[in-house]
Each structure stands twice: as C-alpha cells, then as structure tokens.
Design a protein around this ligand. Structure first.
Ligand code: SF4
Length: 223
C-alpha cells in the first residue's frame, strides 16, 4: 500500500491523478510554463469532460511530497485542477502552502462546490456550467459573492442556446463588474468563429479563449 495512505494523517494528504509540466492552455496566464497538479475525483459528469481518467484511481501523496515534486520544475506558475480539487478537503491547506512558497497559484473549479474561505492569494477560475454540459443544476450561484478581481468565471459554450444562457447569466450576476469573464467554445462542438461573431454582435465585455493545449497537443494526456 502507498505509504502516504497509511502513515500520513488524512488532513495532510491528497489523492493525485497526475503532476505534469506544460504550457497553461487557458485563462489569464495562458502560454506560461506551468506545473499542473491534478486531483482525483469529481462529483459532476459533464458531457464534454476530457479528464474522465481523473474520476478514479491516482495515488495518495503527502502534501510535502507534492510540494517537493512541484519544486522540481522551478516555475512560478502552479495550477491545481481536477477532477474537482475542492472535493478533497486538504486542497485548501495545499493551496495555502503553495502561496506561502511564493508561487502564483490558480485553482480550476467546477462552480458546484463552495469557494468561500479559499486563500485570497489564489486566482480562482470557476466554471459556470451551461445547459450543454448536462450539469447546469449543480451551479452554486452563492459562489459569485466570493469572487474578486483576481478571479475568472468560465463558460464552456456548446451551441447557440448555451451562448444565450451564458449572456443572460453574465448580465443577471453582473459578472464582468466582479471579475474577468471567459467564453470558451466547447472543443469539437462549436465553431470558434461563430462564438467570436456572437460576442462582437452583442458587444459583450468578455474575453474569448480557445484552449491552447488542444491546438498544440489535441487531447494528449499530461499536456
Ligand atoms: S467538472 Fe470538470 S472534471 Fe468534473 S466532469 Fe465536469 S469537466 Fe469533468
């Protein structure tokens, strides 16, 4: 059995799917070399999920061991992702320790779990699940009150219905006045040019993004 499973207190370990080094594919630090720490497990089942392999398995690692592995890459940027990282309680403590060590830390989260109380040095990239994801009902709208300028809300848009839904949520919650808003075309489902035209027609105050890592490496795992 993995020693971290048996010898490390539950508050001091995380189940990790993978740790890898790549270019950030989206959000504010797109293009920067980044260490990704992918946590195992997610309570959602989005129809377009491209990390289903992270739902199960992985390896228990002590927080200190994960920090040591991150350090090997000698980069400023660390992204904690999943799965849904917040589904594992020690994730919050792990984020705090990363910040204490001077990294620029971002957290990718589904928007279905409470983000209150996350270390304010962490840049939160929170999804708002569209109807096309199949998980719209899981959105925890109370999270909007905990977002700040350093954070981002991301809509993955599958079709015109998703676009209009996202536009309505943007206005309803005045998201652009709180943080940066990302509109991203669902890879393989929506033509990015269509999304760009819709955003311009409606003069929306959002940033459109395409996923750089998909352009460079398609769906290769660990990139
Ligand atoms: S929240 Fe993310 S990891 Fe979870 S099912 Fe949806 S896309 Fe996949």
């Amino acid at each position: 059995m993995n020693p971290a499973r048996t010898e490390t207190p539950a508050t001091e370990r995380l189940r990790i799917s993978e740790i890898f080094y790549s270019l950030q594919g989206e959000a504010r630090t797109v293009g920067f070399p980044t260490v990704f720490v992918r946590l195992t497990g997610c309570p959602l089942r989005c129809g377009y999920c491209d990390t289903e392999y992270a739902f199960y398995g992985g390896q228990w690692l002590a927080l200190d061991e994960i920090l040591a592995r991150v350090r090997e890459y000698a980069t400023r940027y660390v992204t904690v992702t999943g799965g849904e990282p917040l589904a594992q309680r020690p994730c919050r403590e792990f984020l705090r320790r990363l910040c204490d060590q001077g990294y620029e830390v971002s957290l990718e989260t589904s928007g279905a779990l409470d983000i209150a109380g996350i270390d304010p040095r962490v840049s939160i990239v929170m999804d708002m699940k569209t109807p096309g994801s199949g998980e719209e009902a899981k959105n925890l709208y109370a999270n909007v009150a905990h977002l700040a300028k350093k954070d981002q809300v991301k809509f993955v848009i599958c079709d015109r219905t998703d676009y209009e839904w996202s536009r309505d949520r943007l206005k309803e919650h005045r998201l652009d006045q709180t943080c940066e808003v990302l509109f991203s075309p669902c890879h393989g489902q929506l033509n990015p040019t269509d999304l760009a035209e819709w955003i311009l027609q409606d003069r929306l105050p959002v940033r459109m993004q395409v996923q750089l890592h998909k352009l460079l490496w398609r769906d290769a795992r660990g990139r």
